[in-house]
Design a protein around this ligand. Sequence first.
Ligand code: DGY
Length: 331
Amino acid sequence: MVFCSWHFPDAGLDLLREMADVHVWEGPEGAPREVLLEELRHAAAILALPPTDRLDATAMEGAPHLKVISGFGVGFDYVDVPEATRRGIMVCNTPGTLTETTADQAWALLLAAARNVARGDRYVRRGAWKKYEPALLLGADVHGATLGIVGLGAIGRAVARRASGFGMTVLYTGRAPKPEAEAGVGATFRPLDDLLRESDFVSINCALTPETRGLIGPRQLALMKPTAILVNTARGAIVDGAALAQALQRGEIAGAGIDVYEREPVAPDDPLLACETVVLAPHLGSATHPTRALMARVAAENIVSGLQGRRPPFLVNPDVWREPERSSSPL
Ligand code: DGY
């Protein structure tokens, strides 16, 4: 049996139904923890919803038949990968399906925050706009500015490529310089602190790992220019949300565009909700019709391959993979 913790696009579910008994959680919100644990008792594979589902040691402990955890997305911080590997469970994701779409969303938030698109929308709707005012909601120029990218992976590079149309200087940071990627997108390496000091816009595009959790905290925010804008389309926990809200409230940075949160859905008392200069989106990075359909298909293909004894196209923990033994007998 394959458990799907969401009613994923048919492009994926149909593929799974061709080869297995498929249980789909149809509730309006993600599958509750108790449902997930119950379904896992019988499942050979799960098509999971990152970052909401939690595939930790407890979940795996109660899943004696589980062979494949396939995430609907690229991030795999919702899985205890070492534990899965120890248990011989394949962990799969969908890299390449959402790169360009997520880069578009980073730019949508960057532009919206820079040019007060959401604030302007609220202003017009509440009837506050009485006359053309030369000093109304003045924003920041994007063209010619400096963009700092934290994490020059596939999405970071796609964000960088878009910057050339705006005539921007592009900086990036990461564990180490990446000369090839750098040359491809015209970006220059800087240590994180220098990137934060020099950039007008900072886009977070790294994975959430133990090293990047809380990477942008009070000290790092204080290094940014008071005119700078922070954009996060990666994972909420990379940025200290309380520190960000405080920096925005105090005007220590000019604005932010946020797609991802430490807790999702965002808590009603999250201090970011009270900040006028932040543009908020409900984790829409990959939210277009074609991209979501492609993600579902690739996530399903990972499961089909894994259960049919073929190496899944996108295996996060290759150590778990053993070629099926071939008979050595010539007969
Ligand atoms: C991803 O691909 O990781 C998206 O954020 C969806 O979780």
